[in-house]
Each structure stands twice: as structure tokens, then as C-alpha cells.
Design a protein around this ligand. Structure first.
Ligand SMILES: C[S@@+](CC[C@H](N)C(=O)[O-])C[C@H]1O[C@@H](n2cnc3c(N)ncnc32)[C@H](O)[C@@H]1O
Length: 320
């Protein structure tokens, strides 16, 4: 397992812009009331709609808890041939993360050999946060990237996710932070495709290992462009398939043959989350396609920096 991020050169935005996407930008409902003075977070119909989602039943199992019954929500082999086209992708993804929330951080550390936190720090550096900036970390999960932004001089860092169980853990971790750090963090339940914030509210938007899980990534990119001010930076961390054939072969053995077994054992998962992970990476947008989508959705200066031999990629782009 390689240890140094960003050892390979960044891939520049080299994709010829294609036609404007056929889908028209979604109308953003008007906010209903403002929050505390100085805050960019608004109460918004989209935020209220999140409360209507049914909570998944039962707590997340702890490490080593054996799967005892089939999960009717579990990914089937056929669904995993291309999970991104599944009609119920959002609901399945949400229930899946609710199921594995309790052991999510442990599995990340164990199965990335600690590299995941380095990748997040790289993403924070790429965001070039300035004093007083407002940062939105979308699909924040348990808040590891959100918290990493606290090392900067950002004035406010908002973490947003649509899985309540993940957010609860993020908030629990927030309580353990020094007051000066915790006070700059805020967590909001919401959907990446319908962000409950005003236009141009943020200087930085980030999303780590989340864009692949969003039902319609292009809709989310459009939302990121909407809430970023011109000149604002978007940073995306996402898994990828290494380009070197030998590294790709080893990575595939690990991701398909080893990791799903050990991660499932640690989490006691019955949803198929750790079979979904490699399947969703292999069928997700190629680097060049994602860079092209960024350009179509209002970003310039797109670049992709492969990390750890291309297991992970950090994308950076600037809001036009
Ligand atoms: C792999 S986790 C990543 C969590 C975190 N960013 C990290 O670095 O560990 C993916 C997260 O995306 C969230 N997610 C997926 N689709 C979403 C959506 N449409 N809106 C908000 N969150 C979403 C899931 O709930 C989950 O917490």
C-alpha cells in the first residue's frame, strides 16, 4: 500500500466542452427564514423535507457482529452490475450508510491503512481556505473532512449529509473538540441535490467519497456551483481505478476479494455496503468525464490529482 499522496502529476482539464446538458437547472425554492445573524445557513423547504424521510430501523451493529438475517434492502448481484442506474439508489444508499455508520470510521482507518485522513488533509490544502471563508462539506458523513477544515482560518464550516445516523456521529465527535474549534462547525441534514442554502453563500465546497453515492452527480455539481461565489473553490475526493495495470490488478484483488469480507465482518453489515463500494467505483464516471461535467456546470481550471498511485483522486475546480 503506497503512503504518499499526490506523487503522480495532476491531470489538467483537457476535455472539449460538450453541449449544454439537456436537464434544466432545478428551480430552488425560496428560503423561509434566516438563521442567526452572520450565519449563511437558512431554514429552507429542502431542509424541512429531509425530516419526512423514514429513519432506518435498528441501531448500527458493532464490530464483529455477525449477520443473522437477510436484509431486504441488500444490494443484489444484478443491481451491483451498475448501482448508479438503480431507480432506488438514493434510498438504498441512505439505508446502507445508516446501517454501517457505527463502524464507518474504524473501517476507513483499517482498510485505507490510515491514508484516508491524509487524502482529506490534501483536499483541505487544495481548497486554499482564506481567513474568514465559509466552507460547505457536502456528504460529510461522520465529519472527518468537516473537522479537517477546522485546521484552517475558515470562519464557518458546515457539514451536510442526508443520513441522520452519520450526522449523529459527526455531532458526537464535535462535542469532543475544543470549544474554539467546535464553535465554527455546524451540521445540517440535507440533500446534495437540493442544498438548503442561498446562492453564492460559500467560498469553498467540498465532497469526499460522496459524489459517487449521489443519485445524480450532475445535479449535485450544479447545486455546488449555485451555492459557491464566483472564484470559490470546489474540491472533490473520490476513489478511482489506478491506471497502472499492475497496481490496478492488486487493488482489484484487495477491493473485491479481501476488503468486502473484513469490512463486513467489522461492521456486521447485511446491506452489502462493502460489495457496493468496489462496484460503484468501477462503474462511476471516468476522471475525464467528471472534469467535463465540472466544466459544463460552471467550473473552470479543473484538475485531477491522483493520490496513492491513483487509488484516490482529488479534483479541484474554480467557480466561474
Ligand atoms: C462514503 S461516505 C463519505 C463521508 C465523508 N465525506 C468522509 O469523508 O468519510 C458518503 C456519504 O454520502 C452521503 N450521501 C450520499 N448521497 C447523499 C445526498 N444525496 N445528499 C447528502 N448526503 C449524501 C451518505 O449519507 C454518506 O454519509
Amino acid at each position: 500500500m503506497p503512503v504518499e499522496p499526490a506523487t503522480t502529476p495532476a491531470l489538467s482539464l483537457a476535455v472539449t466542452p460538450t453541449a449544454t446538458p439537456t436537464a434544466t437547472p432545478k428551480a430552488t425554492p425560496a428560503p423561509t427564514s434566516t438563521a442567526a445573524a452572520g450565519s449563511v445557513v437558512l431554514e429552507h423547504p429542502a431542509a424541512q423535507a429531509m425530516d419526512a424521510h423514514p429513519a432506518p430501523s435498528g441501531p448500527a451493529p458493532g464490530p464483529g457482529v455477525a449477520a443473522s438475517a437477510a436484509d431486504p434492502n441488500a444490494w443484489t448481484r444484478q443491481e451491483l452490475s451498475d448501482p448508479h442506474t438503480h431507480a432506488e439508489k438514493a434510498g438504498k444508499v441512505r439505508r446502507m450508510f445508516a446501517a454501517i455508520a457505527g463502524s464507518y470510521d474504524l473501517n476507513n482507518r483499517v482498510h485505507s491503512l490510515g491514508l484516508d485522513q491524509r487524502w482529506r488533509r490534501f483536499a483541505v490544502a487544495e481548497a486554499a481556505v482564506r481567513a474568514g471563508d465559509r466552507v460547505l462539506d457536502v456528504a460529510c458523513g461522520t465529519g472527518d473532512l468537516t473537522q479537517a477544515f477546522a485546521a484552517t482560518d475558515a470562519a464557518e464550516i458546515v457539514g451536510l449529509d442526508f443520513t441522520r445516523e452519520m450526522l449523529e456521529l459527526a455531532r458526537k465527535k464535535q462535542l469532543a473538540l475544543p470549544a474554539g474549534v467546535a464553535g465554527r462547525l455546524r451540521y445540517v441534514e440535507g440533500d446534495a441535490q437540493r442544498l438548503p442554502f442561498e446562492d453564492r453563500a460559500f467560498d469553498v465546497v467540498s465532497i469526499a467519497f460522496g459524489i459517487r453515492n449521489v443519485e445524480n452527480p450532475k445535479t449535485a455539481l450544479r447545486e455546488f456551483a449555485r451555492v459557491l461565489r464566483p472564484g470559490g473553490r470546489l474540491v472533490i475526493l473520490e476513489f478511482d481505478q489506478p491506471r497502472n495495470p499492475l497496481v490496478r490488478w492488486f487493488n482489484s484483488i484487495y477491493c473485491r476479494g479481501i476488503m468486502p469480507r473484513t469490512a463486513t465482518w467489522i461492521s456486521g453489515d447485511k446491506s452489502g455496503a462493502y460489495r457496493y463500494l468496489p462496484a460503484s467505483v468501477e462503474t462511476f464516471l471516468a476522471r475525464e468525464t467528471l472534469l467535463g461535467a465540472l466544466r459544463e456546470e460552471g467550473f473552470s481550471h479543473g484538475k485531477a490529482s491522483p493520490l496513492s498511485l491513483g487509488i484516490c483522486v482529488c479534483y479541484r475546480a474554480v467557480r466561474v
